[in-house]
Design a protein around this ligand. Sequence first.
Ligand SMILES: [Zn+2]
Length: 938
Amino acid sequence: MEVKGQSETPPHLCVCVCVISPHSTGLDPAALRDKLFELWNRKDLQTVRVTFTACVNSTHAILSACVYKVFIHTTPSSFFSSLPQLHLAALQGFSKLSEPLEVLLTIMESCPGKQKGRGHTLGHHILMEFQTWVKKNPQVTLSSLSEQQATALQQRALSLLTDTQPNFVDALINIYQLNSMDLDRLRLHILRLQALNYYKEAVVLSIKLKLQKELNMEEMCVPLIVQNKLPLAESFVAGHNHLEQRLVTLLDSWCHPCFNVDEIIRRFPRLSLSRQCMDQIQPKMLTKQVFRLMEKFNIDQGLCPNALHKRRLDSLRFLMYKRFVEKSMTEENWSDHVQYVVADDLELQIHLVEMLVKHCGLRKASQWSLRYNIPRDRLPYGVWETQRSLPPHLQQICLSDSPQSEEWMPPQSHCQKFYQVPLTRDKVHFVDTPEALQKCRNIVMKEDVVVGVDMEWQPTFGCISTQRVALIQLAVFDQVFLLDLCANGFCQHPDTISFIRSFFSSRNVLKLGYGMSGDLKCLLATWHQFLEEPLKMEGMLDLLSVHQMIQRGKVKVPQNGPKGVLVGVDSAEKGLSLLVQQVLGRPLDKTEQMSNWEKRPLRISQIRYAVADAYCLLDVYSTLSGDPARFGLPADLRSISSSQPEKSGEKKPKEKQAKQTNQARGEEECQGAQRVSPPSKGLLCGEKPSEDAPPLPPQQLRVVCDNMLQGLGRYLRCLGVDVVMLENNDDHRVAAKLAQAEGRVILTCGQPFQSLRSQVGEGRCLSLDCSEKARDQAVRVLRHFNVQPTPSDIFSRCQACNSDQYVAVPRKDMVRMLKQKGFLQEQDDTDYTQQEEEETPGVTPELPRYAPQCQWAPLSGLDPDTLTFPGGAPIQLHAVPPGLLPRIPLFYVCTRCGKVFWEGSHFGRVLSMFQEVLNIKDEDAESAAVPVTASQCN
Ligand SMILES: [Zn+2]
């Protein structure tokens, strides 16, 4: 039992005696200190004694020793019985001192463990006692001393401030009034901490001492930012407008395309930057932070040109993808958005022309270059010549700027295909003045009225901030109101805000929505007033919850195997459109879904879309409540949402929602009409796991791979990811069923993405660029989910069937089985047995040297006669070339499909292919250096 450190006289005592100068009057400070030290030590001895008695009584001395250790390390010091004595001794002692402020410092300086923030050191304890004592002795202050003495004490107290333990720091600052010290001295102390690489401590103390304005923001904050402590840097600048601004513009300057991280390393040579930290200093991450901070500190976007440019460039890339790769956006919408994004930024205009050359050729590129008057020397090759050769009527881009020319009634073909609103144009009212709002209010706030509610907002194109609402549609049975929040002054008009509040909180108005949580987020982003004084939501029915209930009733549980899941009868429709189709027979026309909702005037087709989106809710509701049993619903539809508060969100307290909105920060995009995905370089998707989350092991990523991505699927599986692949003739909808049934994320590309995502929800479906190499796609997916495979994950799954369970079969067993099944001659055994003895001695097979992260089944599970596994798969002996036997001491056999694997050259190849995403520890690197290889047959 180790009690040495506690029972012996601490060595610091001997050192400190000479430091203390004897005072003429009062208690000898050294005596007090010794007394306190002794009591402090005695409390440990007492513990020892108590525990020792327990040990003796115990029959298991070793166990008791462990108990003792745990006890002494976990019991708070206040628990010990000698502490009251210490407390008393301290209080009495302090009173007897002639220079308590000085003696306290002397004691603190000689206390062990004062440096690093442990709350239960003697130093902390004494300091706390002193604070209690000084409250009752207010005459003990620095002002009773001479200025010189006071300064000297302050200086000594300051030197003790190397800790960030709040009690400790606050007590010292209070007792010695450190805030009143000479600024230069304080600053010097902070700089000293920095010089010792105590960056965090330096910042925390400078905040406590209110020194921010005296210090160089960059010197203080950059080390924190690159060490992943941006929040601390934010606290440092918070409340100081010019510092906030400088922090954000600093981050913005790092978003410049020419910025190089080496500049930071050059400036702070002592900082050691880990790879993870370096990854934070990427334009994508930084842009995100810059936008978040601009919002947080209310900083003008104009001050952050680099982040803004980056974001708009990303939006432009996304638009190109939607229009020319996915082909899911109309020319009108695309052109609206492009003009909005590019605006008058020459560099973006040039980017646009360059992208157009790549995506659709010189003619269109030259039309747009003419439109923006791009200087000849900035034009991509061939564009100038094409401009010259264009006939005059093609030199203008045909922009559909004639919204009123469209007919309200769509063509007959459209009516047959899509749901139509049974209202004429004159029943649709734009509301953009307080007077018009009053008329609207009189109708939608009538007692017991049912209102279909929908909202439109500008697509985010992957922007992080939650979007502001551009249009709110309120539909009653005979008319629809469109609240135009883009109209000048209307949105923030007090009447508008008060209307929104009373409308959403009115119990007597039944409000129908679909996926309302997204709408609510956008409401909060539009009116910050609702964050301060939460919006009370009453009388809401989210038809999404109703829809989910209908869908659950339709999907039968599959009998066996993943393929049986395909039993639903869903169409390609999704979301609200699917519900409308299921209930009313025709889907919604979603062509305008992703249009520019901030543009005015809106096109007729946009208005028609907006009206239909809200009005169809009324139609759906009246059909469902007319015959709920037909849809497998309870008689009272309003009871559905309350049984599923987590889906609708409407029963949650609003504060919580507001908080969630802040946390989500738009990573999770609004769930409304316009769900748009961020264009993260070839990977289009919804929600991304938090950057701060620890890396996932590949086994925890479960995906279903569309059949166009089989190469990707094979690579991911080879790295240990749980991958189900669709067969060539499988419908895409199989993916959705699998995703829902087994909690998998869908990996797909191109057209199916939109419909798949709507079926599985945000973040559960990723779209990849099909033109990319499978290996690069795999790296994207791993990065996106922050999955870090290790070398031992490679080949931890059967490449054929995705099972992660193997049986290790030593050579001699393999030989025996090959003979048993006639793949080897009975006599033909001399070659193998010889090596057998030296290489595989035991019955238990050696695990392979690279030790894959898989499960091992015992060989005894194999039926000795039929050589089949419990699941029925026979071991695939025919695939084992007898010529290999002398070289391979151990085989691995998949227990699900019976495939046989052995070490080969593939392992090294995979290792080098995925080096950049693999988490390779030193020992792995060593073993990888040895030509250890694993391979599958065939
Ligand atoms: Zn298998």
